[in-house]
Every structure is written in structure tokens, then in C-alpha cells.
Design a protein around this ligand. Structure first.
Ligand SMILES: C[S@@+](CC[C@H](N)C(=O)[O-])C[C@H]1O[C@@H](n2cnc3c(N)ncnc32)[C@H](O)[C@@H]1O
Length: 375
């Protein structure tokens, strides 16, 4: 089957699902008719509070595999885009989180789903919501116009996932977030499942393998890539031929780099972070965790250790000048976009975030690592 035929099948399936909800004859429908247990994918995704906040028809049309709005840390004023918005449940939940100063877009290719979503919008009285018709492979929004992309069990349905990721990257603002739920394979997909066209439209056979997902996100330019399982499926919840735990719902997170670069010039240390050996300086452990956190926020982080990369110190004029004036007491030095921000001490996460232009508040937990063996 070619990409157009796959898309047509997907569209027919979800048009029928929307009409069933509108005619009051159906609940949810992820499963093949021969394999109704696959409703395990779509069931019990939302809290009671969330369910009661949206119209019944939006709940009945819920065909996702996760709860991206609960995990995406949406903030008031943000612009959110839901790829494959279906009956609109995640758009309506997002609209409450971003509030009247924000905006929630839903994008779907299926007219029947769009009609249902717009009815649900009217019932919910949501004014900061807009449903757009279109393909997730060609997003009808301008470059750098979206803070957060969410999606719920849709990317697996696309026959051109690289194109979806390129488009997502294009429309996200610098530092913007990819925060979606999707079905992911944790290993090799059995051939019998891969070849089953019916299982494509029920979100199974088009699923990406976990490492492929990471590679495709990185190839599209994303940073801070993280895949977190939210539900593992038993073989009989997926399809004949599946294996327990092979398929999972995952929360897939990544960032469009913000364009901000933080460079750290450390004194001579035994390893790249100084976090090794039987005794560990808790300040270094905390700082390492803070740098990991910064890169998860889409900040480019470069770290140089005087004993391992002396050439980097020579290549940075500001660092060279400080070393000439003060000797190694100027280390560590922190530069943000080439400008010296501190010398002789490790800043805390809050300060790093402020320098990098990240919105606050910043999580305050300090990930102090347990001492490890030597590197
Ligand atoms: C599994 S349902 C999920 C709907 C919704 N996200 C939810 O959680 O209920 C898939 C939805 O994505 C839409 N869809 C699938 N492929 C698409 C594509 N390539 N472009 C736009 N919409 C697509 C379908 O029309 C359908 O409404």
C-alpha cells in the first residue's frame, strides 16, 4: 500500500469513528474489530477532573494513547498545537491551561472529526481555540509561531514521519517543546504485524522503534530528546503475534534549540564533570545535573576541562585573557553566547536559567548524585 492509500484508510476509519460518536452509537475505537482488547490503549487516560471539564462527545471521541497535556507543563499565554486533534479533547484541555492570553490550535485532516471538534468547542464555550483542516505533514501555520506541540497517538499514523518532524521543527519557536504521546515499539516489530494494513490505522503497525524515534527527532534538529513509557501492553492487548511489553505508550519530549549557548570552562579535573572517584564534591554533582537540565530545555551546553581540552581555553579570547590576568583562580568560567557571566564559582540552576533566558520558576530539586566508582 502506498502513502496515499494508507492516509485514505486512516481517514475513513476516523471519519467513521467521528460519525459514530455524533450518532451516539459508539464509545472509543482503537481496536481492530477482531481484536477489541486493544481498547486497552485508549481507556482510562484522563483524570475525573479532566473528564468533567470537557463535553461528553469529546470524551467519547477520545482515541489517544496518553495524556500529553498533563505532561507538557503548559503555561498561561502559550500557543499550543495538537497534531491530529480528533474530537478535540486535548485541545480543550490545553485551552484551559494556556488561558485567555494563550491559544490552542487543533489540526486534523478528517472533515467529520473537525465538525465534531468544533461542536465540542461550542459546547465548552472555548474562545481561545481554533481547529484547522490540514495534514500534519504540511502544517498550515507560519514558521516559529508555536510554543508547544502536543499530539495523542497520531504520529504513528503518518507514512512520512520525517516530514512531520521537519514541519513541527519549522513551526516551533526557538526553545519550543515537542511533548506528545505515541505508540512506540521497544525492539523489532514482528513482520506479521508490520504487514497488516488494518493495524496501521489502529495505531500499531506504523509505530516507530524507540531508537529510530530518537534518531529521527535528532535528524530534524531537536535536542533534549527523552522517551518515557507511560503504559506497557501485554501481547493480547495489541494484536496476534505481539510479545508482552514490545509495544508501549510513551511520552516523547524534545526541544527546538533556543539558540542560546552556555559554555563552561572548568579547572583541571580528573574527568569531564568532576563527578567520579570515591568522594564527590556535591557542588559539582549538582552543577552537572543543572547542565543536563539546561540542555533538556533546548540550551546548547559546551563544557571544557582544562586537563582534557586545553586548546578550547586558548581558542576563547575572554578565557585566555582571564587566565593571563588571574591564573586558574578565574576557573570555572561561564560564558553565555560568548559573554562572560561568572568566574571562580559554579552558579546555581536558578541563575543559569535566568542567564539563558528561560522562564521561571525553575524546579528547585537538586539532583545530587551518589558517589560512583572512578572514571
Ligand atoms: C487516533 S486518532 C487521535 C485523535 C486525538 N488525538 C485523540 O487523542 O483523541 C487520530 C486522529 O488523527 C487524524 N490524522 C491521522 N493522520 C493525520 C494526518 N496525516 N494529518 C492530519 N490528521 C491526521 C485523524 O483524522 C484522527 O482524527
Amino acid at each position: 500500500m502506498n502513502a496515499n492509500q494508507t492516509k485514505e484508510l486512516v481517514q475513513q476509519r476516523y471519519a467513521a469513528a467521528a460519525l459514530r460518536v455524533q450518532s451516539g452509537s459508539a464509545g472509543c475505537c482503537s481496536a481492530t474489530t477482531e481484536f477489541p482488547e486493544a481498547d486497552a490503549i485508549t481507556s482510562n487516560l484522563y483524570s475525573e477532573e479532566e473528564s468533567s471539564a470537557v463535553p461528553l462527545a469529546a470524551r467519547l471521541a477520545s482515541l489517544g494513547c496518553g495524556n500529553p497535556t498533563a505532561l507538557a507543563e503548559l503555561k498561561p499565554g502559550e500557543v499550543v498545537l495538537d497534531l491530529g486533534s480528533g474530537g478535540g479533547i486535548d485541545v480543550l484541555l490545553s485551552s484551559r491551561r494556556v488561558g485567555p492570553t494563550g491559544k490552542a490550535y487543533g489540526l486534523d485532516m478528517t472533515d467529520e472529526m473537525l465538525a465534531l471538534a468544533r461542536e465540542n468547542q461550542a459546547k465548552a464555550g472555548a474562545t481561545n481555540v481554533e481547529f484547522l483542516k490540514g495534514d500534519i505533514e504540511h502544517i498550515p501555520l507560519p514558521d516559529s509561531s508555536v510554543d508547544v506541540i502536543i499530539s495523542n497517538c497520531v504520529v504513528n499514523l503518518s507514512a512520512d514521519k520525517d516530514q512531520v518532524l521537519r514541519e513541527a521543527f519549522r513551526v516551533l519557536k526557538p526553545g519550543g517543546r515537542w511533548a506528545i504521546s505515541d505508540i512506540v515499539v521497544r525492539g523489532e516489530m514482528p513482520e506479521a504485524i508490520r504487514a497488516n494494513a488494518e493495524l496501521w490505522s489502529s495505531c500499531v503497525s506504523g509505530a516507530l522503534e524507540e531508537n529510530d524515534y530518537r534518531a529521527k527527532l535528532a535528524a530534524a534538529g531537536f535536542a533534549g530528546i527523552d522517551l518515557e513509557p507511560t503504559r506497557l501492553y501485554a501481547a493480547d492487548e495489541i494484536a496476534p503475534g505481539a510479545v508482552d511489553g514490545l509495544f508501549a505508550s510513551m511520552f516523547v519530549r524534545a526541544r527546538k534549540p533556543s539558540g542560546v549557548k552556555v559554555q563552561v570552562y572548568d579547572p583541571a579535573m580528573c574527568c569531564s564533570s568532576g563527578v567520579c572517584g570515591p568522594t564527590v564534591d556535591p557542588v559539582l554533582a549538582r552543577f552537572s545535573a543543572d547542565l543536563d537540565w539546561l540542555s533538556m530545555q533546548g540550551i546548547t551546553v559546551e563544557r571544557y576541562n582544562l586537563s582534557q581540552a586545553p586548546a578550547a581555553f586558548v581558542a576563547a579570547p575572554a578565557v585566555q585573557a582571564a587566565l593571563a590576568a588571574d591564573g586558574t583562580s578565574c576557573l570555572p568560567m561561564i560564558l553565555v553566547d560568548g559573554e562572560v557571566r561568572s568566574q571562580g564559582k559554579y552558579p546555581v540552576r536558578f541563575t543559569l536559567a535566568k542567564w539563558a533566558g528561560l522562564s521561571l520558576p525553575v524546579p528547585v530539586e537538586l539532583n545530587v548524585l551518589a558517589p560512583k566508582g572512578c572514571c
